[in-house]
Design a protein around this ligand. Structure first.
Ligand code: UD1
Ligand code: CA
Length: 495
């Protein structure tokens, strides 16, 4: 049973506490994942109450096998468990109850808790930990023999009990039949006037049932999150745990303190993650890939040997050996084939970029297919939106498009075609053709001298004219080699 009906008042949030995100899962999602892995195919029930619709919708998405039970009024953790007991008919054997707000618990810790409980034949086994700061938590009170006597909440505790550093983690195993019996005896005589699940312990001990405390080895596992500062503390702990595991698995993480990898991400051997990098969601990073610095990647595939530098990458596929950035924005549906390149100040969306093709500088590529080994000139815009609908542009393979082109979709440029710099391409360009679409240049000779006399520009022009006059041997064609052909206007910005 996962207790997830509380509001989490101290979060001061319209989102229920257990739904707050933490490196790839919700707080509740982490607890459920630990339970699933540590407890095998147990039946899982979640108590929902505050924000029940939101929590139920989340459960349907992440764990549809979990049955939810409504606790319409949050009258305490004992009351929450009682609601579940009333909702299920018969229950025998071991029941594990966990708070929904301690996301760092390891599967092995829950498995160990159940193992200890069953090996001892206890009526209840409590997960406890020695913590440096027990503020706000339930204290484990032991008798002279060291046996657990009861759990006392801080707000109900005398100073000598508050001095105890062994705390109740919020995970328990009970024998189902005895638990049901004791829940019926819970009172509300405490500072909050609630039915405390923790009081079951005192009731069991009073009736002579064996109760066990199972101490967690790593106390950071059992830390709860009651406010956003605590949540941030847990996030940093989880970050370190995840990063350490990846480094041990052969990934280089240059600055673990500024590297945030969701639990859902996978990385290959010899991948390098540079500082200030965030890898989120269903992201995979291949072997020998380099990601970062200053990069965010969400739900994307980065294949072996690819490099992604100072980029924001959402829902994209980056092929083997492909290069992205610095300063690139890849939006959903961007697919780079092997060795393709998306360079600096380039945004892509729903774009298939062929093997070895390059979009090196200052461009927007939306709703496009670019063939293999094609080069797109700098400052090119794929004009995909007519204000109502989106349209597609197709550029063939081995094409060379000029700098500062507009491809007004729908439009197609054939294999091996060129387009001239500065062109607005509204009509298809056949394979092998040069598409030119721009006004002819006209020079108004002597304009600066006439219209801007006395300026520095006029002075420079005059001096240039004097030099030409003084050197009659200069061949005018050679002094302006580029003026000779319009076709050179197709020069692209290939590197
Ligand atoms: C609880 C324990 C405390 C322990 C601490 C560990 C009790 C009385 N106290 O205190 O001994 O040290 O956890 O973090 O159990 N919930 C419900 N319904 C309710 C009340 C709570 O489902 O009516 C859920 C909450 O959503 C939460 C969990 O139970 O996930 C624990 O509740 P919370 O109010 O956070 O208990 P703590 O005061 O932290
Ligand atoms: Ca709590």
């Amino acid at each position: 049973m996962v207790l997830a009906a509380g509001e989490g008042k101290r979060m001061k949030s319209s989102l229920p506490k257990v739904l707050h995100p933490l490196l790839g899962r919700s707080v509740l999602g982490h607890v459920l994942a630990a339970a699933r892995e540590g407890l095998g195919d147990s039946r899982v029930l979640a108590v929902v109450g505050h924000g029940a619709d939101q929590v139920r919708a989340h459960l349907a998405e992440i764990a549809p096998e979990v049955r939810s039970v409504l606790q319409s009024e949050q009258r305490g953790t004992g009351h929450a468990v009682r609601m579940v007991m009333e909702a299920v008919d018969e229950l025998r054997g071991s029941v594990v109850v966990v708070n929904g707000d301690f996301p760092l618990v390891r599967p092995a810790t829950l498995a160990g808790l159940v193992e200890a409980h069953e090996a001892a034949g206890a009526a209840a086994t409590i997960l406890t930990a020695q913590v440096p700061d027990p503020t706000g938590l339930g204290r484990i009170v032991r008798g002279e023999t060291g046996a657990v006597e009861r759990i006392v909440e801080e707000r109900d505790a005398a100073p000598e009990v508050r001095a105890i550093h062994e705390i109740n983690a919020g995970a328990y195993v009970f024998d189902a039949v005895t638990l049901r019996q004791m829940l019926g005896k819970l009172g509300t005589d405490n500072d909050q006037g609630e039915e405390y699940l923790t009081d079951v312990v005192g009731l069991l001990v009073a009736d002579g049932y064996p109760v066990l405390a199972h101490q967690a080895v790593d106390y950071t596992e059992v830390l709860g999150c009651n406010d956003r500062a605590e949540l941030a503390g847990l996030r940093a702990l989880l970050r370190d745990r995840i990063n350490t595991a990846w480094m041990r698995a052969g990934v280089s993480i240059i600055d673990p303190a500024t590297t945030w990898i969701d639990v859902t991400v996978t990385l290959g051997r010899d991948a390098v993650v540079e500082p200030n990098t965030h890898l989120r969601g269903a992201t995979t990073v291949g072997e020998n890939a380099v990601v970062g610095p200053d990069t965010t990647v969400v739900d994307s595939v980065i294949a072996d040997g690819a490099t992604v530098v100072r980029a924001h990458v959402l829902g994209a596929e980056i092929g083997p050996g492909a290069q992205v950035g610095p300063y690139a924005y890849l939006r959903p549906g961007s697919r780079l084939a092997a060795s393709a390149k998306v360079g600096t100040f380039v945004e892509t969306k729903k774009a298939d970029i062929g093997e070895g093709a390059k979009v090196p500088h200052l461009s927007y590529v939306g709703d496009a297919t670019i063939g293999e080994h094609t080069n797109i000139g700098a400052a090119t815009v794929f004009v995909n939106y007519d204000g109502v609908n989106k349209h597609h542009t197709t550029i063939g393979s081995h094409a060379r498009t000029g700098a500062d082109n507009m491809f007004v979709a729908p439009v197609t440029v054939g294999d091996g075609a060129y387009t001239a710099a500065g062109s607005v391409i509204t009509k298809d360009v056949p394979a092998g053709a040069l598409g030119v679409s721009r006004a002819q240049q006209r020079n108004v000779e002597g304009w600066v001298g006439r219209r801007r006399p006395g300026t520095a520009a006029a002075g420079a022009a005059e001096a240039a004219a004097a030099r030409v006059d003084g050197d009659a041997t200069v061949d005018s064609e050679q002094s302006h080699p580029e003026a000779a052909s319009t076709e050179s206007g197709s020069r692209s910005s290939e590197e």
